[in-house]
Design a protein around this ligand. Structure first.
Ligand SMILES: Nc1nc2c(c(=O)[nH]1)N[C@H]1C(S)=C(S)[C@@H](COP(=O)(O)O)O[C@H]1N2
Ligand SMILES: [Mo]
Length: 253
């Protein structure tokens, strides 16, 4: 039996034994239907959290491993004049807002973000539609930004609001818990493969969350909101894909 198989069995076993406690914790205050839909998802996550303890890193690659052709997926050009104008001015008037349950809300220009300490990582992106690609990302650690703003005591989730409207007329968004928010490879990237982040890949700023799959990596992020519950964001399932297609909220890989 491979290590991976044994690990999966252990996780599954733990998930069952945690059902009473973790289930209660997670589902208090959530809608019942969501609780049932996401039960397996949440239990796996709780079990993984217990097993991990600290912060394992996603595998990082070398420059030679970078994919010659990294596909784009989902939105590749946000609709509307506002984004068009931002492109023309190279996002000079764009700013990232960080608000919600933070002590010091901020607005950060692209120049300011570029001036902050940065992290560069070469990682593999896995889209659940069945493709993977390796790219190099440079950006600011979300943990660094949240240290700047401070967190209020009831802060629990971080929501990434994006500026692209999907075909159902709703804005793309995603969310993660604080555990993933302070993971060292969770960055807001403004550079890909050594160049400014291309429009197709989410310019001027996108989330890279390397322990989760494709759709969690929100592109075109212009607002980060810290909340205590996801119930009142969108349809309450934690992300556009989660609302639209019942994708799992915790997409750890
Ligand atoms: N704002 C926004 N973020 C998004 C999407 C999107 O349509 N809009 N698509 C998601 C999906 S399904 C994937 S696989 C990745 C694709 O990122 P890429 O275009 O850089 O390959 O972005 C994710 N983030
Ligand atoms: Mo995806």
């Amino acid at each position: 039996m491979t290590f991976e198989l044994r690990r999966r069995q252990l996780v599954a076993g733990l998930a069952v034994s945690l059902a009473g406690f973790a289930g209660y914790q997670e589902f208090r205050g959530n809608r019942i239907s969501h609780a049932f839909m996401d039960a397996g998802d949440d239990l796996t996550r709780h079990a993984q959290r217990l097993l991990m303890g600290s912060h394992p890193l996603a595998r990082e690659f070398t420059l030679a491993d970078i994919s010659a052709d990294f596909p784009t997926n989902g939105t590749v050009l946000p609709k509307g004049d506002a984004y068009q104008r931002m492109m023309e001015t190279e996002f000079a008037d764009w700013a990232l807002s960080i608000d919600g349950l933070v002590e010091r809300p901020v607005q950060l220009s692209l120049a300011t973000l570029r001036g902050l300490p940065s992290r560069t990582q070469i990682t593999q992106h896995n889209c659940d539609e069945g493709w993977s690609a390796i790219g190099q990302w440079r950006g600011v650690e979300l943990g660094h930004l949240l240290t700047m703003t401070g967190l209020k005591h009831d802060a629990r989730y971080v929501v990434f609001h994006c500026l692209d409207i999907q075909d159902d007329g709703k804005l793309y968004y995603e969310s993660i818990d604080l555990f993933d928010a302070v993971h060292p490879q969770t960055i807001l990237a403004y550079e890909m493969n050594g160049k400014p982040l291309p429009v197709g890949h989410g310019a001027p700023l996108r989330l890279r969350i390397e322990l989760q799959i494709g759709y969690k990596n929100a592109k075109y992020v212009d607002r980060i909101e810290v909340v205590d519950s996801l119930n009142s964001i969108g349809d309450g399932r934690g992300g556009w894909w989660e609302d639209f297609d019942r994708a799992t909220w915790y997409a750890g890989q």
